[in-house]
Design a protein around this ligand. Structure first.
Ligand code: TIU
Length: 223
């Protein structure tokens, strides 16, 4: 494989160096994505997120085939909720909130069924899973150390939701010096207008936070 692959993207082509790039899959958790989960219980349209499953599955398969770095994240908290800021717990004023019993176990609590990653994208034992208490994947986690240990300088960021955990992570990564490419078909939001604006915010002003492309171009370039 060529050392540098030119991936069509906006605002301009992304120079992908596979050996220095990790596929970072954000929060593809059952409670956000599956019908009957916490996300749907709150009245959200999970089909907006479910359309990302197949493109993610194909990109993940191509990435694994080349033996490249894959890292997964999950948003969630300790069973004792000691890492849950009171301000986050009460946000939303929902009758059911983080830590309460939900449709698939305690909501966003580590070890519960709903907190785990959907079977279609389940991590291999060799792929690090970052458990994060916040929206960004860098805050209060060892992600930066893991990436530095592997010599990773680029990220392909996929997952959910576009304007929340994906956007926050891309911004955190950008500030830490990583080049981020976001394949639009592999990220999704419960709100299509936020998805669209979330992507525009990343690629505006000459790519202020990163690049936006699509999974087919990446898979084609990998060969
Ligand atoms: N992963 C992630 O984006 N967590 C959220 O809470 N997203 C919402 O859109 N609520």
């Amino acid at each position: 494989m060529s050392a540098v692959l030119s991936i069509p993207a906006e605002p301009y082509a992304f120079d992908l160096v596979p050996a220095k790039c990790a596929l970072l899959i954000i929060d593809m958790q059952r409670d956000f994505i599956e019908p009957g989960g916490f996300g749907e219980m709150l009245g959200n349209d999970v089909s907006q997120l479910r359309r990302t499953i197949e493109p993610n599955r194909l990109l993940l398969a191509a990435w694994r085939m080349k033996g490249l770095s894959v890292i997964h994240t999950r948003e969630g908290h300790r069973p004792d909720l000691a890492d849950l800021p009171p301000a986050k717990k009460i946000r939303g004023r929902s009758a059911t909130c983080i830590g309460d019993p939900g449709p698939m176990g305690r909501i966003l609590v580590r070890g519960e069924e709903g907190h785990d990653i959907i079977p279609e994208l389940y991590p291999l034992a060799t792929e690090p899973v970052i458990d994060k208490p916040g929206k960004g994947a860098f805050w209060a986690t060892d992600l930066h150390a893991i990436l530095q240990n592997r010599g990773i300088t680029q990220l392909i960021v996929t997952g959910v939701t576009t304007e929340v955990c994906v956007n926050t992570t891309v911004r955190e990564a950008n500030d830490r010096g990583y080049d981020c490419l976001v394949p639009a078909d592999c990220v999704g939001s419960y709100f299509p207008e936020f998805h669209e604006m979330g992507l525009k915010m990343i690629k505006a002003q000459g790519g202020i936070f990163g690049w936006v492309g699509d999974s087919k171009s990446i898979i084609a370039a990998l060969g």
